[in-house]
Unconditional design. Sequence first.
Length: 47
Amino acid sequence: AVAALERLAKAATLEEDRRGALDALHQLASEGAAQDVARAALERLGE
């Protein structure tokens, strides 16, 4: 989960890399600790 959060933070700084941020969120959504938060973020992004 930590690696995914690091990728998300890096991708979020690069507007053109929205896909990277979404990929990181999808990975988090499949992991226990951050599952609910990641799912909520994906829903808000329309994913």
